[in-house]
Design a protein around this ligand. Sequence first.
Ligand SMILES: [Fe+2]
Length: 393
Amino acid sequence: MSIADFTFARLPEIHFGPGKLSLLPRLIARYGTSVLLVTGSASFARSASYARLTGELARSGIRLLHCSVAGEPSPGFVDATVARHRGAGIGCVAGIGGGSVLDAGKAIAAMLPQEGSVEPFLECVDTRKHDGRKVPYIAVPTSAGTGAEATKNAVLSSIGPDGYKSSLRHDNFVPDVALVDPELALSCPPDVTAACGLDALTQLLEAYVSNKASPMTDALALDGLGHVAAGFLRAYENGGGDLAARGHMAYAALLSGVVLANAGLGVVHGFAGPIGGFFPMPHGVVCGTLLGAATRLNIEALRRDAAGHRVALEKYARAGALLAGEPAAGTDAGCDLLVRTLDRWIAATGIARLSAYGVTRDDFPRLLDRANNKNSPVTLDREEMQAILAARL
Ligand SMILES: [Fe+2]
C-alpha cells in the first residue's frame, strides 16, 4: 500500500514530565526580562507552585505582569488585556491553566504586536488576515484536555442568543514551548478530569478516523488512545494520588492537540461550536456528553456501506479493542466494544446532559443549522445529527 501525500505542521519545543514546571523561569528568561503570565481565576494563582514561581522570577530579575481569565475567553477580554500591556516590552507570554487559559494566552501573544481588535481576525468574521507576528508563547497545561499546548488556534467565545465560538488561527500560533508537567493536574477535581479527559479522547478518536488522517497522525492518535485506556478511569477515580494516571492523560492530551492540528476533527466538534456559543456548557462536557451517541451513529452509517468504509470501521474497531483491553476483537466486535466502552465511561463519570445547561428540543433547529460533520469519515444527514442531540438531551 502506498502512502498518500500529507503535510505535518510544526511542533512546539516539548518538555514533558513530573516537576518540569521548575524549568519555566529559565525558559522565560530566554525571551527577555519581562513576562505576562496568564492564569485562571482560581486554582493555580493560589497554589504553592505559583508562589515558588513568582519568587524565582523576582530573584532572576524578571518583571512579572499577571492577568487572570475567568471561564472561556471572549474577544473583549483579549482586547482589554492586550490594550493594558501593549508597548510594555513583554518578552514572552506564559499561559498556565486549562484549555481556556491556554487559548487566552495564545490569543494575547498573537495580538500584542498587532493594531486593533482581535474580532476581525476570527474565522467567523474574517475581514482581516493575521500576518503571524506574535510574542513568543509558553503553554503550561494544568488539566489534561484540549491539547491547546500543541495547536495553532485559539478558540474565543461570545456566549448568548447571537453567540459564537470561533478560532484565531495561524501556523505561527503553535506555542513556542509546551511545558507539560503531570503534577499540575493532581489537584484537578474529578468532574473536570472527566470532561477534559473525554475531550482529549474525542480529539484522538475524531482525528484517528478523520478523512484527513495521515500515517503520522494515525500512529500518534493510536498511541494516545492507548494512554487514555491506561489512565482515564484511574485519573477520575484517584486523581489526587495517581501521578502515573495523570501522566498517561497529560501525554494523551498533548498528542490529541498534535493530531487535531494535523488531521482535523469530526461531528462532535462540529456540534461543540454552536452548543458552546449558545449555552454556557464547558467544551469538555459538550464533547463528553455527545461522544458515545455520535460514535454509535457514525458506525451505523458506515456499516450501511461497510465495503466502502472498511478502513474507518477497522480504525473504530482498533480503538474499541484498545479502550476495552480486548486486543483480539475483530472489526464488528471491536466497533461494538467501542460504543459500549464509551457509554460505560460516560455513565460512570456522570457527564451532564445537554438539558442541564438549558438546551431544549426547540433549540435543535438552530444548533443543526450551524453544526457540521467536519472531517468525519461519513456524512450524517440532518435526521442522524438530530438523533445525536436527542440521545443526550
Ligand atoms: Fe476539543
